[in-house]
Each structure stands twice: as structure tokens, then as C-alpha cells.
Design a protein around this ligand. Structure first.
Ligand code: PGA
Length: 220
């Protein structure tokens, strides 16, 4: 799909129940129609099969993404969710988030398999990198610059440095570049202002639907 910019991703991590997510969707869904960019929400895996028909039947301008995907195509891999199993529910998958790299030992080889499996299933990877030197698997088109020091710390990178990293990433390929790490409604605009960063990947500030709507407004 061709994403309109800015592209704003809500990453709920291991937060929210289905009831919370329903309220979030019903709050963000109607006003989402006036947002000219792309909204992608990434709830926990068990809620995808309920969220997908709800979004489709309401015709909300919200895309669904997963927070991860298996490195394996299918088979005897207990606990894993293969890309092909959720391909009818999600259009996107976050791959290589630093929390996966640190807590689950995901290295470049594993992440490359994940990207390949996502693409094979028709899912667009949103590939997270630590800096402009981090390797990026082939055929990735959306890259999220997410420095670990900024994630969940309340200590975001400066817009200037994030823009400089975005410039370097764009010099390497025709990427849509997002910034993520302690984005909130006060600082969101500053990252997008120059037009060098194409969107945002938001964790904790995305959980409250009213705050998320404020961020969308500031990003418009
Ligand atoms: P944060 O998380 O906005 O809570 O810092 C960002 C992320 O992990 O993508």
C-alpha cells in the first residue's frame, strides 16, 4: 500500500485489555477520518482477530499492525505466530524493536528472517534501528529510528539529531523514516516540523486515546 505521510504508529507493547482497546478504537476511529496521514495501531497479538473486523466494518482510517512476527514460516514452533497466520488481519509488523533485541536476543540474522517472512505474507515490515549505521534487511521500506536511551525513559533524542539520523538513513535507501522514543503530545510536532522525519512510533503516549488524538492533531 502507498502510505500517506505523516505515518503515526501506536505501539501498545504488553499493555491494554480487549476492553481498553475497544474504547481506544471507538475514540480514535471517527476523528481518524480527518487525519491526512496514515495511522497504524499495534495491539497485542491476541486482539488482532477481533480488532481487524471491527475496524473494517466501521471503515475507520486505521491500519492494523503486529508488534512482532515469527522468524519461522510455520510448523513446530510452540508459542510462535507465523506471518501467514495473521496476514489477513494486519498490513504491518514492527520488526527489530530494541525490546525484542535486548530481551529476546534477536540478532540481524533472526530479524532478516522475520522481514522475509513478513514480506512473503504480504505484510509490510516497520524495521527498527538503533542508529544510522544499523544494518537493514533488503526490501524494507519503512525504518524507525529508535535509540534505546530514548525508549520509555522520558528522555527523547533531540529533533536535530533525529533529523540528522533520518537524513543519513535516507541517503542509504528510499525509506520512509519514523522517529520513536519518548514522543509525547508536547514534543511530537518538533520531530516532524522539518519534513525530514516522515512519522512517529509512539509507545506509552499512544495508550490514552485522547492524548493520541492530540498527537495526531499536532502532526497534521
Ligand atoms: P515510548 O516507546 O514512546 O514509550 O518511549 C517507544 C517505542 O518503544 O516504540
Amino acid at each position: 500500500m502507498n502510505e500517506t505521510l505523516p505515518l503515526v504508529v501506536a505501539n501498545f507493547k504488553a499493555n491494554q485489555t480487549w476492553d481498553d482497546l475497544e474504547i481506544w478504537l471507538e475514540t480514535v476511529g471517527p476523528p481518524a477520518a480527518t487525519f491526512t496521514g496514515t495511522i497504524i495501531v499495534c495491539p497485542s497479538m491476541p486482539f488482532l482477530s477481533q480488532a481487524s473486523p471491527k475496524i473494517k466494518s466501521a471503515k475507520w482510517q486505521i491500519q492494523l499492525g503486529s508488534q512482532d512476527i515469527s522468524r519461522f514460516e510455520q510448523g513446530a514452533f510452540t508459542g510462535e505466530v507465523a506471518a501467514s497466520q495473521i496476514a489477513d488481519q494486519v498490513s504491518y509488523a514492527i520488526i527489530g524493536h530494541s525490546e525484542r533485541r535486548c530481551n529476546f536476543g534477536e540478532n540481524f540474522e533472526i530479524l532478516t528472517s522475520k522481514v522475509e517472512n513478513a514480506l512473503k505474507a504480504g505484510i509490510t515490515p516497520i524495521f527498527c534501528v538503533e542508529d544510522s549505521e544499523s544494518p537493514i534487511p533488503e526490501n524494507v521500506k519503512i525504518v524507525a529510528y529508535e535509540p534505546a536511551f530514548a525508549i520509555g525513559t522520558g528522555n527523547p533524542d533531540t529533533p536535530q539529531n533525529a533529523q540528522s539520523v533520518s537524513r543519513k538513513l535516507k541517503a542509504k535507501g528510499d525509506f520512509i523514516v519514523l522517529y520513536g522514543g519518548s514522543v509525547n503530545k508536547e514534543n511530537s510536532k518538533s520531530f516532524l516540523a522539518s519534513g525530514i522525519i516522515d512519522g512517529l512510533l509512539i509507545g506509552s503516549a499512544s495508550l490514552n486515546p485522547d492524548i493520541f488524538l492530540d498527537i495526531l492533531k499536532s502532526a497534521s
